[in-house]
Ligand binder design. Structure first.
Ligand code: AGP
Length: 610
């Protein structure tokens, strides 16, 4: 949801900002812009509608020598994508970039208009720029004006500001939107996300809500909005710049699909006891006594992460015999949820910055619940808001469509379920060993599933012109059906729906005709025969059945129109494994339809607005 960058140092600012924006483009690509402080010439602003490439073409051949500047890539909220609505917004002697939403911008905007100011955009951000300029006209310097205005605006923001009066300074502020400060040698950075600065430094400070940072080439000072000094530890990020590159793959999504064996291994690494009958989750920081005392778990998440939560419910309830509810964060937070001490609120979030998930955590915190998060980004807002964290070690995920983040979430939740079962005494050592051995085989099985990419690709060639798809599964394959449908719709724009296979006869069966491909997830197990029966119901109505089965399957695969196979796997490891062919199917269909796989329309990777 918008990406911001800022640079101050001795390098030419423009290429540093553009490279930073390239790494942040996954956060929005409705427009892009930069503002740089040209020595002797004040602030120069360049803005282009659409992707970063438009801005790059616009500045090509222009010679900027500035060594200080800010940049922005936009996901439109207030005002459609256009140059006037693009950031940075320059008013008077300052220019501003913003990620977030200012909730009280309408009365503030009216006040500015009444004061005789002209608004050149429909954005909430331009109002902040005017408010700062107004204070500066009354005698404040940029920093004092910024602090004053932060006391007036309500809502969420990560801000970057430059001012002609202080050409070697970048100002930044944060509330409820991600912002990291990168600490270099003789240069410093701000960014919405770490990949934007990884090429320059791995040393970062995570700003907290209500903090202001002032960056020069020589140092960074962080204070509260009221000026109280704050000291933050400098964290060293263990991602490297290569991890955030495409490494020869055509798309980030494809690269990230292929990274799953190592991402899964990394997520498991060091977390199984030497006897393989227990799990070590030291950063979870929730005592065994507290886990034993739990009466219920509510999993709260959005999108793909919510699907991971739905899949985890089956395992946690089976292994730890504890009731698990799964809720969508944007629903949970607004319904005065019944929670409190004794309940674990388990949030799942790749980015750790999803606004709805963070708000749900705040709501649960107020009511006294214990907060655990499964998260991929160290130091993210969710990681800091929770009592404990189980990190997925997926590495940076750039493709907007989540792939390795999802399967590593499933793995982290698997480990958590085993841990909970062991601590609560519902899972014996032998049972744990079996489950952990199943999990240990998963990276190899995923590798084998990846080697079958061409099978999904040739199916994609057969089906990419279809307008609708159905995905069906039972038990923990139902969330995988949901995930398969989401992948397809978000990157190929094909209408896709998913149902618990048993629900088909209660309505969706009316959709079946000879044009409707139905992807049936059919692993072996107690529900297999029922899924076969559902597949036959589809066939009886001339529907096209694509079965996803394991290598040993003979029954269903003989009766359907097409088959995708995965290796045989343990029951709780199967959800991650069966996801792989669905990722490939969506990917290759999207490519064949000429869609922009890594930057699907209307989407942004990290949804930091409500
Ligand atoms: C799916 O491919 C999306 N990336 C999206 O549904 C995502 O899972 C959701 O926005 C939640 O994001 P989070 O995991 O970063 O909180």
């Amino acid at each position: 949801m918008c990406g911001i960058v800022g640079y101050v140092g001795s390098q030419m600012a423009v290429p540093v900002l553009i490279e930073g924006l390239r790494k942040l483009e996954y956060r929005g690509y409705d427009s892009a812009g930069i503002a740089v402080l040209e020595p002797g010439n004040g602030i120069a602003v360049e803005r282009g509608e659409g992707k970063l490439a438009v801005l790059e073409a616009q500045i090509h051949g222009k010679e900027y020598i500035a060594t200080t500047g800010i940049g922005h890539t936009r996901w439109a909220t207030h005002g459609r994508p256009s140059v006037p609505n693009a950031h940075p917004h320059k008013v008077g002697r300052i220019a501003l970039v913003h990620n977030g939403i200012i909730e009280n911008y309408i009365p503030l905007r009216e006040r500015m208009i009444a004061a005789g100011r002209t608004m050149n955009s429909e954005t909430d951000t331009e109002v902040i720029a005017h408010l700062i300029d107004e204070r500066m006209q009354q005698g404040d310097n940029a920093e004092a004006a910024l602090r004053h205005v932060l006391g007036e605006v309500r809502g969420a923001y990560a801000l970057g500001l430059v001012c002609e009066d202080a050409p070697d300074v970048v100002y930044a502020a944060r509330k409820a939107c991600p912002l990291v400060v990168g600490m270099g040698e003789g240069e410093n950075f701000i960014a919405s996300d770490i990949p934007a600065i990884l090429a320059h430094t791995r040393r970062v400070i995570y700003l907290d809500d209500g903090e202001v940072a002032v960056l020069t080439a020589d140092g960074v000072t962080v204070t509260r909005v009221d000026g109280t000094p704050v000291t933050h530890p400098v964290n060293v990020v263990d991602w490297n710049p290569v991890m955030a590159e495409k490494a020869g793959f055509k798309h980030f999504m494809l690269k990230e699909i292929h990274e799953q064996p190592s991402a899964i291994s990394d997520t498991m690494m060091g977390r199984v006891t030497p006897d393989r009958d227990g799990v070590l989750l030291p950063e979870m920081e929730i005592s065994d006594d507290a886990l034993r005392a739990l009466t219920r778990i509510t999993i709260v998440a959005c999108g793909t992460s919510w699907h991971a939560g739905l899949a985890a419910k089956y395992m946690i309830e089976a292994v730890a015999r504890l009731p698990v509810e799964v809720d969508i964060a944007s629903e949970y937070r607004y319904r005065d949820p019944l929670t409190g001490p004794g309940e674990l609120i388990l949030t799942i979030t790749q980015s750790g910055e999803t606004a709805d998930t963070l708000a749900a955590m705040q709501e649960a915190r107020k009511k006294g619940a214990t907060l655990l998060t499964v998260c991929n980004v160290v130091g993210s807002s969710a990681a800091r808001a929770a009592d404990g964290v189980v990190y997925t070690h997926a590495g940076p995920e750039i493709g907007v469509a989540s792939t390795k983040a999802f399967t590593t979430q499933l793995v982290a939740l698997y480990l958590f379920a085993v841990h909970l079962g062991r601590v609560r005494g519902t899972l014996g050592a032998e049972g744990a060993r079996e489950l952990l051995d199943d999990l240990a085989r998963l990276p190899g099985q995923v590798k084998m599933a990846l080697a079958r990419e061409d099978e999904a690709e040739s199916l994609a060639k057969q089906f990419f012109r279809h307008r609708d798809f159905l995905f069906l599964g039972r038990g923990s394959m139902f969330p995988i059906a949901l995930e398969g449908a989401l992948k397809l719709k978000e990157i190929s724009y094909i209408h896709a729906e998913a149902y618990a296979a048993g629900e088909m006869k209660h309505g969706p069966i009316a959709l079946i005709d000879e044009e409707m491909p139905v992807v049936m997830l059919a692993p072996p197990g107690p529900q297999y025969e029922k899924v076969v029966a559902n597949a036959m119901e589809v066939k009886a109505r001339d529907g096209i059945v694509i079965a996803v089965v394991d290598d040993a399957d003979t029954e269903l695969s003989a009766k359907v129109d097409a088959v995708l196979r995965v290796p045989m796997a343990g029951p709780f490891a199967s959800p991650a494994l069966y996801t792989i062919p669905l990722q490939f199917l969506a990917y290759h269909i999207a490519v064949l339809r000429g869609c922009d796989v890594d930057q699907p329309r209307n989407l942004a990777k990290s949804v930091t607005v409500e």
